[in-house]
Design a protein around this ligand. Structure first.
Ligand code: HEC
Length: 158
């Protein structure tokens, strides 16, 4: 093998390594189709340190943070409460503070994010249209903060 072939091979390998370290550790999939979510659709401004951390760990860094839950609550009131109720008790869409889930993945943080980002059936459209990824983590922290279901089912705490 010629030296430049070896060198370009090494450069390609380095490039692949660089790309894969920049990639997330968790894979996010659409709740209905199972396709990998295309995060390039995300609204600008949401690629915060906290969101990057979420992609690495699968844990929402805003959980348990009162300030973040408060911000999430006001976002929820603008974009979700009309369909899910002011206390997430359910209305046109299902309740989000109990432990019954149409999509059981909602009991994990990546699963809940998947439903928000990619949407589900009918009126539950993809929320990336209205909210940045970081906004969605805030809304999720709010929903976890008002959870009234069985604590044993709270997968996101495990
Ligand atoms: C226009 C009405 C509408 C809006 C706005 C809306 N949803 Fe929904 N949502 C629905 C409907 C209807 C469903 C049921 C869809 C299904 O079963 O596939 C649903 C399903 C869900 C689910 C799955 C629940 C389960 O039991 O598995 C979650 C989570 C959810 N919505 C969160 C949100 C959040 C958070 C927002 C705001 C960012 C939001 N939705 C905005 C109508 C809406």
């Amino acid at each position: 093998m010629k030296l430049n072939t070896v060198l370009s091979g090494a450069i390609i390998a380095l490039g692949i390594a660089a790309v894969s370290t920049a990639q997330a550790d968790i894979t996010l999939r659409h709740a209905l189709t199972g396709e990998v979510l295309d995060l390039s659709f995300a609204k600008k401004g949401g690629n915060t340190e906290q969101f990057k951390q979420f992609l690495q760990t699968g844990k929402n860094p805003y959980n348990g943070n009162t300030e973040a839950a408060k911000k999430g609550e006001s976002l929820y009131m603008t974009g979700c409460s009309g369909c899910h109720g002011h206390e997430a008790e359910g209305k046109l869409g299902p309740g989000l503070a109990d432990d019954y889930w149409t999509y059981p993945r909602g009991l994990t943080d990546p699963g809940l994010f998947e439903i928000l980002f990619g949407g589900a059936q009918g009126m539950m459209g993809p929320q990336y249209v209205n909210f940045s990824n970081d906004d969605m983590l805030h809304i999720m922290a709010f929903l976890r903060s008002i959870y009234k279901g069985d604590p044993k089912k709270a997968e996101w705490l495990k």
